[in-house]
Design a protein around this ligand. Structure first.
Ligand code: GRF
Length: 192
């Protein structure tokens, strides 16, 4: 695990594929005095990711590589991470699976946010599954990333009640709101 040793914040990259609301939230958190992180790089596997707009908005470097050849993309990212002195990676809606060897190089230094109460509902469509199964609660989890999908050590979880009226869309909204609180709290827990 990374230890915050000096006064400097830990240079961090956020990997996204979509709207980037967690990214925006992490950027805001990183600017707070008590945040252990600074966000110095945004990576996406697609130029269509809406969250890339936060690069210009907050003056943070961005990099895009398609992952069509995942080995080549990972090699390019690793070079860039090294060049930029990035020490920590937050996955936030990143829809590609990182290789074992990539994860090994950043062992204990990659975290992810997942929209379910892991180990329940790994993978996609978590809210649809929760509604179909008539679950009483859903939620979100921040966990360390290991080679096994959505299976690394859990850092923090937050439960969200499912009401009878909820659809998977309304549930996704409720959970996302909690994700925005949970991700910074999990980061504080890792480093403090
Ligand atoms: C979040 O629900 C996150 O848990 C999941 O993908 C979604 C990303 O949302 N992994 P955003 O791009 O951060 O708005």
């Amino acid at each position: 695990m990374v230890k915050l040793t000096g006064l400097n914040k830990i240079k961090t990259a956020v990997f996204i594929s979509g709207s980037g609301s967690n990214l925006k939230n992490l950027i805001k958190f990183s600017k707070m005095k008590n945040s252990p992180l600074s966000i110095d790089l945004i990576f996406s596997n697609t130029s269509k990711a809406k969250g890339l707009r936060f690069s210009s908005q907050f003056n943070i470097k961005k990099y895009i590589s398609s992952f069509k050849d995942s080995n080549a993309s990972e090699a390019k990212i690793l070079n860039l991470l090294k060049k930029e002195n990035i020490r920590f990676i937050c996955l936030a809606g990143f829809m590609k699976i990182l290789s074992k060897s990539f994860i090994k190089k950043f062992s204990g230094k990659i975290v992810n946010i997942h929209p379910s109460l892991l180990p329940k509902y790994k993978g996609l469509d978590t809210h649809i599954k929760a509604i179909q199964n008539k679950d009483a609660v859903a939620g979100c989890t921040v966990h360390f990333v290991t080679a096994k999908l959505d299976s690394g050590k859990i850092i923090l979880q937050k439960e969200v009640k499912i009401s009878k009226k909820d659809t998977h869309t309304s549930l996704a909204k409720k959970v996302l709101k909690q994700e925005h609180k949970l991700y910074p709290a999990a980061i504080k827990k890792i480093f403090n």
